[in-house]
Ligand binder design. Structure first.
Ligand SMILES: C[S@@+](CC[C@H](N)C(=O)[O-])C[C@H]1O[C@@H](n2cnc3c(N)ncnc32)[C@H](O)[C@@H]1O
Length: 304
């Protein structure tokens, strides 16, 4: 992985600000651990299966047939190891040295290999991969244009990119979610939730507001520990379509599902809640009445 110098704004104080944000983002991912008071969809295997299992398997099936795979934002290497077990030669890249270290340990004995790289600036060997995959990674990348152009250069002509990413929700849906989270019994006690009101700004901020904050050297609307959280979430769909020929796209997992693991209810009730709503939500989604908080995109680099 060749790393050119970091993007330059020409303004040294803005450049320092950007580098400080990126360093904070990198530390955040190195330190990230499950929080028992604030569990996520992927912390309980049954919740994961009910909420996103079908889409994850779909992604595995679409990527696994390719010989050489580049994974962007590979984290601890779970997907890369799974793909390697299915016969792909996977190169995973991630900005966090701790995560790359964990991925290497996790992948010991498999054909997957890992490198530290910042997707805002990284370049890869040209036309070296039949497939590029990004799982829940691109919404953290400020310079998505660069990351997608680099992915395109790394693909052989006719190669495939598979993106599965968090695209969040609109303002009204987020307000409804925040109200629901405030009043419903959750694993986080009400006292702790009250202190979370300071995080409401970043939670409700749009991608545009976050970008303005970064570009102006401020931090309004940015997550304190993960300043690039959601910096690209709304533009993923349009930017992938601008760079590649989209062959399949759908959204899934309604935004409110993210609340389910956090509710103070029995696991059986939690699973029954998701199982009960899943079919209806899928129909509403297919009918275009609702949209999910994740998008699956498969696209091709056109052959010359
Ligand atoms: C939500 S995690 C997903 C990890 C993994 N793909 C998975 O699905 O488990 C986001 C990952 O993107 C990585 N990341 C964030 N910003 C990045 C950047 N600028 N360049 C490379 N990786 C980045 C983080 O370190 C983290 O591992």
């Amino acid at each position: 992985v060749a790393q050119p110098p970091p993007m330059s704004s020409g303004d040294p104080s803005l450049e320092d600000h950007y580098q400080e944000l990126l360093a904070r983002e990198t530390r955040h991912w190195g330190d990230e651990r499950p929080d028992p008071q604030y569990p996520q969809l992927w912390d309980d295997p049954r919740v994961f299966e009910l909420a996103v299992g079908d889409a994850y398997r779909h992604l595995l099936d679409r990527v696994a047939g390719h010989a050489r795979v580049l994974e962007l934002g590979c984290g601890d290497g779970d997907l890369a190891v799974e793909l390697a077990a299915r016969g792909a030669r996977v190169t995973g890249v991630d900005i966090s040295p701790e995560r790359i270290l964990r991925a290497r340990v996790h992948a010991a004995g498999s054909s997957a290999s890992f490198e530290i790289a910042d997707l805002n600036t990284a370049e890869f060997a040209p036309e070296s991969f039949e497939c590029v995959v990004a799982h829940s990674a691109l919404h953290h990348v400020y310079n998505l244009d660069h990351a997608l152009a680099a992915a395109r250069r790394a693909l052989v002509p006719g190669g495939t990119i598979v993106v599965n990413d968090f695209i969040g929700a609109g303002w009204f849906e987020k307000v409804a979610y925040a109200l629901g989270y405030a009043v419903l019994p959750t694993l986080q006690p009400y006292r702790t939730k009250w202190s979370l009101r300071r995080r409401l700004g970043p939670f409700l901020a749009s991608e545009r507001q976050k970008r303005l904050a970064v570009d102006r050297g401020g931090s309004d609307g940015l997550h304190a520990h993960s300043p690039f959280e959601g910096i690209s979430q709304y533009s993923i769909v349009e930017k992938v379509a601008a760079c590649f020929e989209v062959t399949e796209r759908f959204t899934y997992c309604p935004y409110w599902y993210h609340m389910v693991p956090k509710l103070r209810v029995s696991p059986a009730f939690r699973h029954a809640l998701l199982a009960g709503f899943r079919g209806m939500d899928a129909r509403l989604n297919r009918g275009g009445i609702t949209r999910g908080s994740y998008v699956f995109i498969e696209a091709r680099k056109p052959s010359p």
